[in-house]
Ligand binder design. Structure first.
Ligand SMILES: NC(=O)C1=CN([C@@H]2O[C@H](COP(=O)(O)OP(=O)(O)OC[C@H]3O[C@@H](n4cnc5c(N)ncnc54)[C@H](O)[C@@H]3O)[C@@H](O)[C@H]2O)C=CC1
Ligand SMILES: O=C([O-])CC(=O)C(=O)O
Length: 317
C-alpha cells in the first residue's frame, strides 16, 4: 500500500446526481492516481443528510483501498477545513426551457458563502473547480469572496463541452477520441460558447452541436447531464494535477487579458497544465483570431460581463 499522505478532497452537492458518479471516480483513483490515498469530504444541505448517508453506505460497500476517511456534513467549517481540492458541484440544475444563467439568482449566493468558507478554512493552495451553473460566474464570485487564495486557483468547467466536441468529431471521422486534438472551447459554459476547431487535428469538417448538447440531454433524460459531467470534472482536475504535456485542454480561468478578454472574467481558454509541484496552467498564446472567431469570442465575453453585473447585484456587498 502507498506511503503517500492522504489528500483532502471536498465534493459539494454530494447527495446529487453528478456527485453520485463523481465520488466513485475520485475514490477509485481516476483523478489523483492509484497510489494516492484520500479523505473524501461530502457536503450537502441539512435536508439531504439522510440521502447522503445512503451514498456513504454505498461508497463503503465499494471497498475502495485508497479511500481513508469519509466525512458527510452540512457544516461549512467541517467541509472546507484544510482541503486540497474542491469540486463545487452543489447548486440547482436547470430544467427544460431554461438557460444556465436563469439559475444565477438562485445559485450565486451559494458560491459567495462557499468563497467565504474557502477563505477561512481551506489550504491557501487549494485547487477549485466550479461545476454548478452558471459555472464561470459562480467561480468569479467564489474567488471574489476568497481574497486570501490566489485567483488562478479558481476555475470553472468547460471540459464537458470539449469532450462533447471531441466525441462528435471522432464519431463523424470514425476515429478514436484520443486521436482528436486541439479542440478549443472559448468563453462561457453557455450557448454563447465558441467551440473552435480551426486548430484541431483529425478534423475534416468543423460543424458541431456542442452549445445545445446540455439542453438535448435534459430533453431526453428530463435531468441534466450527470455521468458525463462527473467524468469531465475528473478530466479537468487530473490534467491540472498531473499536467497535460503538450496537449491543449479547455478550462474557464480568470482572464489575464489574453486575446483581448477583459481581465478577471472567468473565461474558457485553451491551456497547458504544467503539473509538478506548482500545478500551474498557462493560456496557449499566439493563436490567430479571424473576424468570425473574434465576433464569437466577444459575444461570450459580453454575456459574462452581463452575468458578472447581475451576480454582483445579487451579492450586494
Ligand atoms: N459545468 C458543467 O459542464 C455542468 C454543470 N452542471 C451543473 O451542476 C450542478 C449540479 O447538478 P446535479 O448534480 O445534476 O444537481 P442535483 O440537483 O442532482 O444535485 C445538486 C445537489 O446540490 C445540493 N446543494 C444545494 N445547495 C447546496 C449548498 N449550499 N451546499 C452543498 N450542497 C448544496 C442539493 O441539495 C443537491 O443534493 C447544477 O447547477 C448543474 O446545472 C451540470 C452538468 C454540467
Ligand atoms: O445543460 C445543463 O444545464 C447542464 C450542463 O451544464 C451541461 O450539460 O452542459
Amino acid at each position: 500500500m502507498s506511503q503517500k499522505a492522504p489528500i483532502r478532497v471536498l465534493v459539494t452537492g454530494a447527495a446529487g446526481q453528478i456527485a453520485y458518479s463523481l465520488v466513485n471516480f475520485i475514490a477509485k483513483g481516476d483523478v489523483f492516481g492509484t497510489d494516492q490515498p484520500l479523505d473524501l469530504i461530502l457536503l450537502d444541505i441539512k435536508l439531504m443528510m439522510e440521502v447522503l448517508g445512503g451514498v456513504v453506505m454505498e461508497l463503503k460497500d465499494c471497498a475502495l483501498p485508497l479511500l481513508r476517511e469519509i466525512v458527510a456534513t452540512d457544516d461549512y467549517e467541517v467541509a472546507f477545513k484544510d482541503i486540497d481540492v474542491a469540486f463545487l458541484v452543489g447548486a440547482m440544475p436547470r430544467k427544460q426551457g431554461m438557460e444556465r444563467k436563469d439559475l444565477l439568482t438562485a445559485n450565486v449566493t451559494i458560491f459567495k458563502g462557499q468563497g467565504q468558507a474557502l477563505d477561512k478554512y481551506a489550504k491557501k493552495n487549494v485547487k477549485v473547480i466550479v461545476v454548478g451553473n452558471p459555472a464561470n460566474t459562480n467561480a468569479l464570485i467564489c474567488s471574489k469572496y476568497a481574497p486570501s487564495i490566489p485567483k488562478e486557483n479558481f476555475t470553472a468547467m468547460t471540459r464537458l463541452d470539449q469532450n462533447r466536441a471531441m466525441a462528435q468529431i471522432a464519431e463523424r471521422l470514425d476515429c478514436n477520441v484520443n486521436d482528436v486534438n486541439k479542440v478549443i472551447i472559448w468563453g462561457n459554459h453557455s450557448a454563447t460558447q465558441y467551440p473552435d476547431v480551426r486548430f484541431a487535428t483529425a478534423v475534416k469538417n468543423g460543424a458541431t452541436m456542442i452549445q445545445k448538447r446540455g439542453a438535448a440531454v435534459i430533453a431526453a433524460r428530463k435531468l441534466s447531464s450527470a455521468m458525463s459531467a462527473a467524468k469531465a470534472s475528473c478530466d479537468h482536475i487530473k490534467d491540472w494535477w498531473f499536467g497535460t504535456g503538450d496537449r491543449w485542454v479547455s478550462m474557464a480561468v480568470p482572464s489575464d487579458g489574453s486575446y483581448g478578454i477583459k481581465e478577471g472574467l472567468v473565461y474558457s481558454f485553451p491551456v497547458i497544465c504544467t503539473g509538478g509541484d506548482e500545478r500551474k496552467y498557462k493560456i496557449v498564446q499566439g493563436l490567430k483570431i479571424d473576424d468570425f472567431s473574434r465576433s464569437k469570442m466577444d459575444l461570450s465575453a459580453k454575456e459574462l460581463e452581463e452575468e458578472r453585473e447581475m451576480a454582483l447585484s445579487v451579492c450586494k456587498d
